[in-house]
Ligand binder design. Structure first.
Ligand code: ATP
Length: 198
């Protein structure tokens, strides 16, 4: 099965592009959603995290206290590495399980939507990597409008991400989402046709 990675920084339009791909009947695995699902109460990764970072990262109902986990993980770079290795392993395994199911169903192409495609090494599983990008000021405005966040809140998240410049160097294909939705979808048309020809 062919795997195409979709990535981009905050507010770049990954979700919008992925929704469009799904509307075309294409298959998209959302790595960020899996990251959220594995942290739900009762999931095995929470038990592992509680063993490493202490039981008080979970409340009495087994719900993760993200603030406490972040405090523990960011206290020391080794802790952050440990957190990433535990969660990424679980996310990778779940992605693999979902891909195996799709492959068994005869699906030929799957898109992997992952904000951290390059940072986590998931890019290595991909035949192509499509970077959705737009000028910073457009991404910031779209993220503020979408989340009701302040400019400073969006900037704080942006600052923690790999730069667009670095992502542009690593991506095999760049989709400029500075324009309207029609322009975004037209670029997807071209890339999808290219895939079908290969
Ligand atoms: P994040 O990583 O922050 O979750 P994302 O890359 O998934 O972001 P989206 O949620 O798809 O980005 O897009 C951000 C916002 O911008 C959304 O509200 C979306 O509807 C809007 N948007 C995306 N592309 C366009 C466009 N071409 N024109 C206008 N609005 C757009």
């Amino acid at each position: 099965m062919r795997i195409i990675g979709i990535t981009g920084g905050i507010g770049s339009g990954k979700t919008t592009a992925s929704e469009n791909l799904k509307c075309r009947g294409l298959h998209v695995i959302d790595a960020d959603r899996i990251g959220h699902e594995i942290m739900q109460p009762g999931m095995p990764v929470l038990i592992e995290l509680a063993m490493v970072f202490g039981g008080d990262i979970l409340d009495d109902n087994g719900v993760l206290n993200r603030k406490k986990l972040a405090e523990a993980a960011f206290a020391d770079p080794q802790n952050k590495k440990m957190l990433d290795s535990i969660t990424h392993k679980e996310i990778f395994e779940e992605i693999r399980r979902r891909m195996d199911i799709l492959s068994d169903q005869g699906v030929k192409i799957v898109f992997l939507d992952a904000a951290l495609l390059f940072e986590t090494g998931l890019e290595n599983t991909c035949e192509q990597t499509w970077l959705i990008d737009a000028e910073d000021k457009i991404r910031i405005k779209r993220a503020m409008d979408r989340d009701g966040s302040t400019r400073d809140q969006v900037l704080a998240r942006l600052k923690n991400q790999m730069s667009s410049e670095e992502k542009r160097k690593r991506a095999s294909h760049i989709i400029d989402n500075s324009g309207d939705l029609e322009q975004l979808y037209k670029q997807l048309d071209v890339l999808i046709s290219g895939l079908e020809k290969l």
